[in-house]
Design a protein around this ligand. Sequence first.
Ligand code: NAD
Length: 411
Amino acid sequence: MSGNPFETALVTLREASEIAGIDKDVVRILSVPKRIFEFTIPMKMDDGRLEIFTAYRVHYNDALGQVKNGTRFVPDLDLDTVKALGFWMTIKHAVGGIPAGGGKGGIRVDPGKLSEDELERLTRAFIRKLPMKGAWVDIPGADIGTSAKTQAWMLDEYEEIMGFHSPAAINDKPADVSGTLGSAEATGTGVFHITMEAVRDAGISPGAAVAIQGFGSVGSVAAQLLHQEGFKVVAVGDIYGGIYSKDGIDVPGLLEYVDRTGKVPGFPGGERVSNQELLELDCDILIPAAVQSVITSDNAARVKARLVIEAANGPVTPEGDKILQEMGVHIVPDVLANCGSAIVCSFERIQGLTDDYWDLERVMARLKERMAKAYNETTAAAAKRNTSLRNAAWINALEKLSRAIKARGWV
Ligand code: NAD
């Protein structure tokens, strides 16, 4: 398979469409983005030099509703990556029951090399120059290299251009400027709810042993909630390596330690393990919540967990997936397991449109409801087709997209 992310996305689309019997013309529509914007942003740097940045925004498909999602500021951004990410968001919204299309965008830039002033000017220029935007068209959110801070600048710039307030036009902004509560912990909390649903189906009892790779915004929140629920978090890792304790790690203590030192290894309550060893430890549930392609044909046969929750995007390669399936491991796919932030972003838009801002309890109660619904829909599709949850999630999404595309008369 090619290393081109968009080509990879198209292979998955073709395979899932084949299983689901999706109309060929629907597949043709889903194989191309609806709109692509590529533009340049010339900007005077603090030292007076002119830099010209390349920016992208892809509206991949909007059959289910206005486009929304992340804005990535990274030095190696290219159009195929943005197209692939926009396509994944189209699928994730459909899986999560979110009435929105998939989009993605960003700027080819290393934000770490910009001053605060330069970052603000570049962020404002991105939203100014973006040709189509707004609450009913395209709602940019945060992604790698962007944050609540950049989203507040985007909102401010957008509202200055338009001459009126429009809180629903930008996502992932701080609650202080009409964002939503709960956005920072949305994905980790969603991963927790999905795990609770999946343990029941996998016949795993509460108190079971969990290993988590990645202790960032997703992994740390999931670890905390599972620990509170009585699960034994036996291993946790970050980019520097992992720790293991067969009796369970003191997760609140670890959070405090990582806050102070910035690293998981070195925490006194566990023995050191490598990131590779962590994936192969004796545990019931494995949650890869760091990076892509960590479970492959090389190590899948040594995974001992009975349940794998894909909190990260694409942590199991297709070859690794095949081996795990043959071993009878339950796998909850990324498009389902980590759609919590996409769901909470849609809550953010609803709050911005209605001027009715929810308390954290309401956000979290609704997130739990929506995660359970997405899980139940996917397991029902898996049972009906006698297929894996991964195939079922894709089939479910493609059927929803197909119905919307046909109802709109596009085919
Ligand atoms: P983060 O940057 O907050 O944390 C990433 C964690 O993974 C850190 O602990 C880091 O040290 C660790 N890590 C990085 N490289 C590693 C490696 N090679 N081996 C082991 N550990 C490594 O990121 P996050 O927001 O927690 O996201 C984690 C994953 O979840 C990513 O794959 C991301 O794409 C996916 N995801 C995140 C969200 C979200 O809302 N944050 C939504 C959907 C999917």
